[in-house]
Design a protein. Sequence first.
Length: 213
Amino acid sequence: MQCEFESHRAHVTVLVLASQSPARLQTLRNAGVAPVVIVSGVDESQLDGLAPRELALGLAELKARAVAGRSAEVPAGALVLGCDSVLELDGEPLGKPHTREEAVRRWRSMRGRRGVLLTGHALIDTATDRLVSEVAATTVQFADVTDEEIEAYVATGEPLHVAGAFTVDGLGGAFVTCIEGDHHNVVGVSLPLVRTMVAALGRRWTDLWAQRP
């Protein structure tokens, strides 16, 4: 057993997550991956004005390239994953509201309606400098919440720092009545999509697992 375990460890591929999102990190950890987190620190405002899908993809690529370029910090041969999410509502991209006033305004507009959560994914193989990128889309139906519920939710601070001003894996989960598509994508990273992207780079998803049962 020890020999088998050591043999697997020799083939583990390191994944670098170019994001400070605790939800993305936990999602990957739950899937058996132990990412190295390196925050990109890019200026996201430089892509303001883009359509929702292009914005999500552009920010993901920007973050992945910024981190992959730090050769002194990134383990040799690692895969670097950049992600960014926006909620598309009425054709507009909604990122993090940042202020309570904006969060309240958004929820009053979102309640009882459907939006599309778009997450851009960009994966770079540092061994070859190849990049693959794609956008995952998940439709979200929001509950017809009351003004009182909106005020109480915003007062918790949770929606201020997440794309679309909501979570599905936290306090906001009770305000989402239906999801069409990948649940993980709403949390911030689509595991099935990342798996296909890893394969597109000639790597194996199972080699990202930190350990096997």
